[in-house]
Every structure is written in structure tokens, then in C-alpha cells.
Design a protein around this ligand. Structure first.
Ligand code: NDP
Length: 301
């Protein structure tokens, strides 16, 4: 049963958790499993019940929760909910470490770091590369950025959630790499969905095809190392080109053709093949496919 304690009866904890949604609860449970004493707070009541039964202390207000520990882990819905709840207790947070695991954009994280600095708060932003059931397992890793000293002081505690990875002292670095990793994931999903749609348009099931798709995607992911080296060197022939862009762009028309031949209307990879053709038209047909990154790096005037 939930027992919201009166402020006077709260005892000091190792960590305080603000936000007990699906992710916040998973984080708090993993801290309990690692034998940390924890205080938890959630806007609406009831979500702390299992945690309290497992040994957590429940705070009735944000102010009580932040008073109970020097390390505050925030896992709310978004930037607005962080500001709405942490803003009023900024002065109480002075000298404490706030770790924001709420998903943010790099810009939001940098603004929060500025706000924290103005109030003498040590601020670390984070990006969770896991879904709740993965928290506390070897499969999870969490990106952190911002105050390196504060991160180093608590990295051992963060390890309870998943492997901690420090992304950089720019407070926006974790958010940027989080969104970059998700971009890679959705790009892979986009290609896989297009692939499965093609096969499904020709046969009644796609499950038998999936092992081939996994094998192919796995093999091709091995190319990322050379791609990255070429991008870092601004040299899209580095290491030797075995499948040049002109050849690949010429073959790209087949993707439009197969979609049309199967009577389908959508080609999710068309934006990529358009860029490949543009790069060839600009005279870079002998480059490797990584050459397309030059178009993606074009900045707004
Ligand atoms: P949920 O929707 O399960 O929980 C949202 C939490 O935010 C709840 O505790 C909710 O409180 C609280 N909240 C929302 N608005 C406010 C507000 N204005 N004031 C106070 N509390 C508020 O989301 P998750 O727990 O899954 O996600 C939390 C964060 O973790 C998000 O930023 C998400 O992007 C990130 N994340 C989630 C992943 C996932 O797979 N779930 C994966 C990686 C990151 P209440 O219970 O009262 O509604």
C-alpha cells in the first residue's frame, strides 16, 4: 500500500526519483535492486505502490522529494513538465546534482544547463537507450553529458540503470546522440518495412523472408566503420571504392520500378536515392556512397 510520508518523517536517501511513469518506475526499481535507498515522487498517486512495498520512501511533494537526497533523477514526460516541476524548487536544488533522463532536444538540454548554472545546480542530461524492461540489464545503455565531475561522482550509481556512457561536456551531447541513434533505428525500420511490403505484395507471408533480411542488414552494417572513416577524412574514396555511387545511383531506378511493378504507391527510400543521383550529377560518381553525407551536411543559409 502507498504510504506518503509527512515531510518531517522523510529520511535521507541515496537518490530521489521524480516521475514514476513506465520508465521512471523501471529506473527506481533498478536502484532498489542495487541496494540504494530511494525517495520517489509522482504527480498522480498510486504509481509508487510497488516501489514503496519494495522499500522506497514516497514523498508527497516535489519539495519534499528533493530535500531527501543530493542526487535527483528526473524522468518526466518532456521539457515542459521538467520546468513546471523543478522550476519552483530551484533554490532548494542549489549544490545538488540533477540528472535529467527526460527525453530532450540538444537545445532544451543546453537551456536547462544554463538554468541550473544560474541556480548553482550540478546538471547532467541523459538519453536512455532502452525500453523499460531492458533497464537494469546488460542490454541497456544510457548516454550522459554535461557536468563531468558530477557524472564521475555518480557513475557507479548510474550503472544500476544500464551501462553509463559519457557523451561529452556539451550538455546537449547526450540528447544529440540519442536522437542520432534513434534516427539510425528508424532509417533501418523504414528500409525493413519497405522491404517487407515488397515481399508481402508478392506472397502471403513475410516471416520466412526475415532471416535473409536480418542476415543482409547485419552484413551491411559492417560497412559503417569505413563510411565513418571516409566522412572523418572528407575523402569518399578512402580505403578503396568497390561499389561506386554512379553504379549504385543507376541501380536506384530499380527501386521505383519494383514498387510500380508490384502495384504499390510508396517508396520510402526514394529520398535517399534522389540524393545519390544528385551527388552523381554534381560529379562525384566515383565516390563511395558515404559521399551523400555532403548533401546532408548542407546548412541553412
Ligand atoms: P509515461 O507516459 O509512462 O510517464 C510520464 C511521466 O511524466 C509520468 O510520471 C507522468 O505523471 C509525468 N508527467 C507528465 N506530465 C507531467 C507534468 N506536467 N507534471 C508532472 N508530471 C508529469 O512515460 P515514460 O515513463 O515511458 O517516459 C518518461 C521519459 O522517458 C520520456 O521523456 C520518454 O521519452 C523517456 N524514455 C522512455 C522510453 C520508453 O520506452 N518508455 C525509452 C527512452 C526514453 P502522471 O503519472 O501523473 O501522469
Amino acid at each position: 500500500m502507498t504510504s506518503s510520508l509527512a515531510p518531517s518523517s522523510l529520511t535521507p536517501s541515496s537518490l530521489t526519483f521524480l516521475g514514476l511513469g513506465d520508465m521512471g518506475r523501471a529506473l527506481a526499481h533498478s536502484a532498489l535492486k542495487a541496494d540504494h535507498s530511494i525517495t520517489v515522487w509522482n504527480r498522480s498517486s498510486g504509481k509508487d505502490a510497488e516501489l514503496v512495498a519494495a522499500g522506497a520512501q514516497s514523498a508527497p511533494t516535489v519539495a519534499d522529494a528533493v530535500a531527501a537526497a543530493d542526487l535527483i533523477v528526473v524522468c518526466l514526460l518532456d521539457d515542459a513538465s521538467f520546468r513546471q516541476n523543478l522550476g519552483p524548487v530551484a533554490e532548494q536544488l542549489r549544490g545538488k546534482v540533477v540528472v535529467n533522463l527526460t527525453t530532450s532536444t540538444p537545445g532544451e538540454a543546453r537551456e536547462l544547463a544554463k538554468w541550473a548554472q544560474e541556480h548553482g545546480i550540478r546538471f547532467v542530461d541523459g538519453g536512455i537507450m532502452a525500453i523499460p524492461p531492458m533497464i537494469g540489464t546488460d542490454a541497456a545503455f544510457i548516454l550522459y553529458s554535461g557536468d563531468r565531475e558530477a557524472y564521475d561522482a555518480h557513475a557507479e550509481r548510474f550503472a544500476a540503470f544500464g551501462e553509463p556512457v559519457f557523451a561529452g561536456t556539451d550538455p546537449g551531447a547526450a540528447a544529440l546522440q540519442d536522437l542520432a541513434l534513434l534516427t539510425g533505428m528508424y532509417g533501418m525500420f523504414a528500409g525493413a518495412l519497405q522491404s517487407l511490403a515488397l515481399v508481402r505484395s508478392a506472397q502471403p507471408e513475410v516471416s520466412s523472408f526475415v532471416p535473409l533480411l536480418q542476415r543482409w542488414i547485419g552484413a551491411m552494417s559492417g560497412a559503417l566503420g569505413q563510411m565513418a572513416a571516409q566522412i572523418d577524412a572528407d575523402d569518399y574514396k578512402l580505403g578503396g571504392v568497390v561499389s561506386n555511387l554512379a553504379m549504385q545511383a543507376a541501380g536506384a531506378g530499380h527501386f521505383d520500378d519494383v514498387v510500380a511493378d508490384q502495384g504499390l504507391t510508396t517508396n520510402l527510400i526514394a529520398p535517399l536515392t534522389e540524393l545519390m543521383k544528385r551527388r552523381v550529377a554534381d560529379g562525384h560518381g566515383e565516390d563511395d556512397v558515404a559521399s551523400v553525407v555532403e548533401l546532408l551536411l548542407t546548412r541553412k543559409a
